[in-house]
Design a protein around this ligand. Structure first.
Ligand SMILES: Cc1ncc(COP(=O)(O)O)c(C=O)c1O
Length: 437
């Protein structure tokens, strides 16, 4: 943990923030117990430095975008060069948007046409509104523990307490009941539950994270995604893969290319621009052409900042680098090393765990048995999960100290980082367990 001269007084800045920003942060998930005075001063590669001058190796990675590492020089240079050349016009199209769209169409199996937005929530919003416009139906199926953004039809049933499972569990008050009620919540990895929903209701779309990473990494059981495809074909329902996390991070074609299952629509974001705000919605041309970007078509689509040239340049430069260098090979190898090493650490400590993940993503659940559905995760030892991550900070390592949150490797992480992670994890878990004894 390197300490340099503090830039600003963290307590003072946190107090200033609380006066003018409700809760002092700009996203609900950024207010983490115990970190109320965390002020970020700078980021670089695999690290960030707080306002006290302490540098941490960062595995939180802003919930996943900086796959190449923070402030990647190639991406940032592309943004700066484009910003000097072409800004936002709000009419027509720019070459960079066309080049980016062509690249996504080339790489992502389901995508014949694509539209650019800024955030994952916008992409999923448009995908979900398109489906009723295409099918004339009303309902959306989502899965308990998948997160698709902040809008009413999906902002529910992510991390529900045991007593609210099996019913609608909105994350916010103020939603329109008719919208909330049009969503049916099914169990992930439970095809029979989905089949019941499709038989009993007029379901326009199923939206699913192909790997539900919003609760760490719960892998789809063999055949589950294939079965969703079959059921959607049988019932005429639109299948949406929300690849906002898995897209680009797990492979240039997204997880769909790895699973060999092609949805009708795909949403992408996060790692796509390596930290710059850009997202996309793509899919079958016959569906995408229902958007009002084609005159007279029924699904309204607009956005002042859509296709913003410098952020489109960020995405293109990110994809270029993913294609040019062995980024996926590197982050997958570090992820494998970490998962194997963590299993050895916990075996030595005699702590029952499930170490899960995929590629660059890893997470340790403190429970016995198998993890296939959200119900299994209710057994996670939350105090140990959060507690060892708080201890890790004392070793200069940052994994978000919130229940079930996943961690990420980037291209900027090294083998030394894995070694330090394993050592510090062993020491941190031991400290928490000793304090309990
Ligand atoms: C799978 C998934 N979809 C959609 C979203 C929403 O993206 P955004 O926060 O950019 O609106 C998220 C955000 O975490 C996500 O994980």
């Amino acid at each position: 943990m390197a300490a340099t001269e503090p830039h600003v007084n963290a307590s003072e800045l946190a107090a200033r923030a609380a006066r003018v920003i409700p809760g002092g942060v700009n996203s609900g998930q950024r207010r983490v117990p115990g970190l109320e005075e965390l002020v970020i001063a700078s980021t670089s590669g695999s690290t960030f430095t707080d306002s006290r001058g302490v540098t941490y190796t960062d595995y939180h990675a802003a919930f996943g975008p900086p796959l190449l590492g923070h402030n990647d020089p190639d991406v940032d240079a592309a943004v700066a060069a484009t910003a000097r050349t072409v800004g936002l016009m709000g009419v027509g199209v720019t070459e960079i948007e066309v080049s980016l769209a062509e690249r996504i169409v080339e790489l992502v199996p389901s995508v014949e046409q694509v539209l650019l937005t800024e955030t994952g929530s916008e992409a999923t919003f448009h995908a979900i509104r398109l489906a009723p416009a295409a099918t004339g139906r009303r309902h959306t199926v989502k899965f308990q523990r998948c997160y698709h953004g902040w809008h009413d039809s999906v902002a529910m049933n992510v991390i529900s307490p045991a007593e609210r499972m099996g019913q609608r569990d909105p994350m916010s008050q103020g939603g329109i009941p008719e919208v909330t009620e049009a969503t049916i919540v099914c169990r992930f990895n439970d095809a029979a539950d989905v089949e019941r929903a499709l038989t009993d209701h007029d379901v326009a779309a199923i939206i699913v994270e192909p790997i539900p990473h919003n609760i760490g990494a719960v892998l789809p059981r063999p055949g589950f995604l294939e079965r969703l495809r079959e059921l959607c074909d049988k019932h005429g329902t639109v299948l949406i893969f929300d690849e906002v996390i898995t897209g680009f991070r797990h492979g240039l074609g997204g997880y769909q290319a790895i699973a060999g299952v092609t949805p009708d629509l795909t949403t992408m974001g996060k790692a796509m621009g390596n930290g710059w705000p850009i997202s996309a919605l793509g899919g079958k041309a016959e569906l995408m052409q229902l958007f009002s970007t084609t005159p007279g078509r029924p699904a309204f689509f607009a956005g002042t900042f859509n296709g913003h040239p410098p952020t489109a340049a960020a995405a293109l430069a990110t994809i270029d680098k993913l294609q040019r260098e062995n980024v996926h090979e590197h982050v997958f190898r570090l992820g494998d090393r970490a998962r194997t090493g963590l299993r050895e650490v916990y075996a030595r400590l005699g702590v029952p765990v499930v170490v899960s993940g995929f590629g660059s993503v890893f997470v340790t659940y403190f429970l016995e048995g198998e993890v296939g559905s959200y119900d299994d995760l209710l057994a996670n030892d939350v105090d140990l999960f959060v507690g060892y991550r708080r201890e890790l900070m004392k070793h200069g390592i940052f994994e978000l100290p919130l229940n079930l949150k996943r961690s990420h490797f980037s291209y900027a992480h090294t083998d030394d980082d894995v070694d330090r992670l394993l050592e510090a994890t062993e020491a941190s878990v031991r400290t928490v367990l000793d304090a309990r004894a």
